[in-house]
Design a protein around this ligand. Structure first.
Ligand SMILES: *[C@@H]1O[C@H](CO)[C@@H](O)[C@H](O)[C@H]1NC(C)=O
Ligand SMILES: *[C@@H]1O[C@H](CO)[C@@H](O)[C@H](O)[C@H]1NC(C)=O
Ligand SMILES: *[C@@H]1O[C@H](CO)[C@@H](O)[C@H](O)[C@H]1NC(C)=O
Ligand SMILES: *[C@@H]1O[C@H](CO)[C@@H](O)[C@H](O)[C@H]1NC(C)=O
Ligand SMILES: *[C@@H]1O[C@H](CO)[C@@H](O)[C@H](O)[C@H]1NC(C)=O
Length: 256
């Protein structure tokens, strides 16, 4: 039961401090943090120096592991480019000459929702590449279709974790969707740990409603995150006002 955090926040000095604070103060909570210096690992260049300064500090926290960001553009990006990006993360410790920048797997963004055998083949190659890469630590594969997968035709077999929801809070509490999310691990015959939820545009809700939300999220998925930001494209680009209350409640809550 843990946090999947898209850390798409530029690491100006101090910018990642809210994360360091919650990680240090919630040592029983695990954080999988997605690092993303160039909408990917930076091909034919290296991450800007604030990244080189800040990324190693994540390793000061035993409950933080990192995942490298790779966008597939719904499998429209050439697979060779995907493989090259995976190789780059795999080689990061050599390329950047720092053992502390090693990632533990890849977060594939913009993976498709609807099933297509060609997309399945494409994502199979990407998964094989991660699983065969010794430089990728735990070799975790995460998919982000951001939508409830269709049962039985989907890509769940290719990922350790699939983001089954990346939408607004209002859509989350919409009854048909909410109920589908609640039964999905049973319907898919898998464990909640295979799923992640990312809610954004969370309004200014009372404390009790945030408690309730956290419990519901824990009942549906092993991995969660939320943001109060409601501006498209900006949801994950800052630590929103709800960040620390959410993490603190998540660490304390029992699953519903
Ligand atoms: C955190 O990760 C450790 C090591 O993998 C594991 O033993 C522990 O159960 C995890 N804690 C939670 C709350 O998932
Ligand atoms: C994603 O793929 C579509 C379709 O091939 C293309 O039009 C678009 O430019 C691509 N987007 C990016 C960011 O490469
Ligand atoms: C990764 O390292 C291997 C072995 O040193 C090298 O052959 C390969 O070209 C490197 N690939 C990338 C994308 O850095
Ligand atoms: C790599 O890092 C080590 C220790 O930080 C340093 O001594 C060494 O000079 C660096 N090598 C290169 C090629 O930058
Ligand atoms: C559900 O998964 C378990 C363990 O992975 C397997 O043994 C069982 O046959 C599956 N049931 C169905 C209905 O697919």
């Amino acid at each position: 039961m843990s946090i999947l955090l898209p850390l798409y926040i530029y690491p100006w000095a101090g910018a990642w401090d809210p994360l360091y604070w919650v990680a240090a103060n919630n040592p029983t909570l695990n954080f999988s943090v997605i690092v993303n210096p160039c909408s990917g690992p930076c091909i034919n260049s290296t991450p800007e120096s604030p990244y080189l300064a800040e990324m190693p500090k994540l390793k000061n926290y035993p409950n933080i592991r990192t995942l490298g960001y790779v966008a597939t553009n719904y499998t429209n990006k050439p697979i060779d480019t995907i493989i090259q990006e995976i190789h780059t993360y795999n080689n990061w410790t050599q390329i950047l000459n720092d053992s502390r920048v090693a990632v533990d797997g890849i977060f594939f963004d913009e993976t498709p929702g609807p099933y297509d055998w060609r997309a399945h083949d494409y994502l199979t190659l990407a998964t094989k590449e991660v699983k065969g890469s010794a430089g990728l630590g735990q070799r975790i594969v995460v998919h982000n279709p951001g939508a409830i997968p269709y049962i039985p035709w989907n890509y769940l077999d290719l990922a350790d974790i699939t983001v089954i929801f990346e939408e607004t809070f209002a859509n989350y509490i919409d009854a048909p969707k909410f109920n589908a999310l609640k039964t999905l691990h049973t319907d898919a015959n898998t464990t909640k740990d295979a799923f992640a939820l990312m809610l954004h545009t969370v309004p200014n809700i009372p404390d009790e409603l945030l408690d309730w939300t956290v419990k519901q999220m824990k009942g549906m998925a092993g991995w969660s995150f939320l943001s109060s930001v409601g501006v498209p494209g900006e949801y994950w680009h800052s630590f929103s006002s709800i960040f620390t209350p959410f993490i603190t409640k998540y660490a304390a809550a029992k699953a519903n």
